[in-house]
Design a protein around this ligand. Structure first.
Ligand code: NAG
Length: 250
């Protein structure tokens, strides 16, 4: 299932169909963008000054720093604008210290030169615009009352900045001086290298998850994720609302 060529093909299909039947992708993407905006505005209001859960979270200590993937430079694994990809990592503890939960951020796709160019100056296209810290809540929370299954696992929020569900390939880039990088597949590869080096190579249990465009990325990379981890590890994938499949399969 992990066919890295599927996505660029779909990208081209969307580009072509955008000319002929512009209405379908336009309506589809408008719905997605509205969905994404709702999702993000929900998240941004989710900070300690406006949101105080009435259980054991009392301080700002559930904010987790952004880490740039420096090794990505040598591998040519870049966000849409050519900046380094990034993630947030919180180390596991106690009985969770050999378990890994990865969550791939969502945010739709860009499907035209214009929409991908616009993304280059947003957190979904450039690590230069990403918040230096994000709050880990829900499945990423480190509080057992909020997150009884995974609170003490190693937890990673993977930032999404390639515009194509971590599956873009440089062959799809314009060869005429247009500065747009489609390097999602390489971002996936260097991220896995980095996390394996941080201890994921000894994982006993691992869950790859993602929402929306991140849900689709989860589907695309699930088999590879399984192959990278120890044979005796329990590995699962959770694709939450990776519903963009409906749009890309004609
Ligand atoms: C490069 O090619 C794309 C797609 O054909 C076109 O839209 C764009 O304007 C071109 N850029 C330059 C700098 O010529």
């Amino acid at each position: 299932m992990a066919n890295p060529r599927l996505l660029p093909a779909a990208f081209l299909w969307l580009k072509k169909s955008a000319k002929k039947h512009w209405a379908i992708p336009t309506v589809g993407f408008t719905i997605l963008i509205v969905f994404a905006l709702t999702f993000f505005s929900d998240q941004s209001s989710d900070n300690p000054s406006t949101f105080r859960p009435n259980f054991d979270s009392t301080a700002d200590d559930d904010f987790v720093d952004l880490t740039l993937v420096h090794r990505a430079k040598d591998k040519g694994a870049f966000c849409l604008d050519g900046s380094l990809p990034a993630y947030h990592f919180q180390k596991g503890f106690g009985s969770g210290s050999s378990n890994w939960l990865l969550h791939i951020e969502g945010g739709g796709w860009c499907n035209t030169l214009e929409s991908c160019t616009r993304r280059q100056v947003t957190p979904l296209g450039s690590s230069k615009y990403m918040e230096p810290q994000v709050r880990f809540s829900g499945i990423l929370s480190r509080y057992p009352t909020q997150n009884p299954e995974f609170f003490n696992w190693n937890k990673v929020k993977i930032r999404y900045c390639d515009g194509a569900s971590l599956a873009g390939h440089p062959e799809s880039e314009f060869k005429n001086g247009t500065k747009l990088y489609f390097r999602g597949q390489r971002i996936w590869e260097v991220l896995m290298e980095e996390l394996l080096s941080l201890g994921m190579s000894n994982a006993k249990q691992a869950l790859l998850s993602g929402c929306s465009a991140g849900g689709l990325a989860t589907l695309i990379h699930c088999d590879n994720f399984r192959d990278l981890l120890p044979k005796d590890a329990t590995v699962k994938c959770l694709a939450d609302a990776g519903k963009m499949l409906v749009e890309i399969i004609p």
